[in-house]
Design a binder for this molecule. Structure first.
Ligand SMILES: Nc1ncnc2c1ncn2[C@@H]1O[C@H](COP(=O)(O)OP(=O)(O)O)[C@@H](O)[C@H]1O
Ligand SMILES: [Mg+2]
Length: 231
């Protein structure tokens, strides 16, 4: 579903850790309603790019625009409040808190106390709601993180390798969930799982050594996993 309405616009972004430059002149556009993937080998700069867009890192140069507003110096907390959520690669939840308490944190932050949509998406979370998040499986943690991100009805959710370390049947469930989420929410996902990408991608950006080196836009090239060479 490409509505042709630019939601995120990243122009010539450069990001450094101290003196070490790791992202070079990266430009990325995401339209409202799209499911866009980012692929590339370990160390390509994918996480750095997403963390910069989300406001955890300051770019050395370049522009980040979300919903028509400049995000360069916004900071992560405010960026999330503006409707751009980022789910980190390391699947960190508040382990000593229950699922309910983790969800409450998202509700406090966003003033959205309507949990029906997330329980519709993840009925299991509701059945184990008093369980400590630290005791959940990798798949359950990922579902909790997605549920927490969806509270507040964000416009864009960015996920960093959400299927990493998960069992194949859980990955299948997640693919269906991404499809469902994409009916209301734009998705930008770093992913290595080729069949998952091929099944739901509208577009795929390919990163190599800190640069975007290709953008795959045709259904034919996506279905034939044309992006495999960048992994
Ligand atoms: N906190 C950091 N400090 C210094 N260098 C880092 C830091 N995080 C990542 N890097 C380096 O930046 C490069 C890109 O890393 P990263 O964005 O994590 O890539 P990817 O997510 O594609 O695997 C790598 O060379 C990595 O070693
Ligand atoms: Mg990474």
């Amino acid at each position: 579903m490409n509505q042709g309405n630019k939601l995120l616009n990243v122009e010539k972004l450069n990001v450094c850790y101290g003196k070490l430059a790791v992202v070079f002149d990266v430009s990325v556009n995401i339209n409202a309603g799209e499911v866009v993937f980012l692929v590339g080998r370990n160390g390509a700069g994918k996480t750095t790019l997403l963390r910069t867009i989300a406001g955890f890192l300051q770019p050395a140069s370049g522009e980040i625009e979300f919903n028509g507003k400049n995000l360069n110096k916004t900071g992560a907390y405010k960026t999330a409040r503006m409707g751009l959520k980022y789910i980190h690669q390391d699947k960190q939840v508040f382990g000593d808190l229950t699922i309910r308490e983790n969800l409450e944190l998202s509700s406090y932050a966003t003033k959205d106390y309507d949990w029906d949509p997330v329980f519709k998406m993840f009925p299991k979370l509701n059945t184990i709601i008093e369980r400590k998040a630290g005791n959940l499986s990798g798949g359950e943690k990922q579902m909790l993180l997605i549920a927490m991100a969806m509270i507040g009805k964000p416009a864009l959710v960015m996920l960093d390798e959400p299927t990493e370390g998960l069992a194949p049947h859980v990955i299948k469930d997640l693919a269906a969930i991404f499809k469902e989420i994409s009916r209301t929410t734009t998705l930008f996902i770093v992913e290595q799982n080729l069949p998952l990408i091929a099944s739901i991608a509208d577009r795929v950006y390919c990163m190599k050594e800190g640069k975007v080196v290709n953008e795959i836009t045709t259904r034919e090239q996506i279905s034939s996993m044309h992006f495999e060479q960048y992994l």
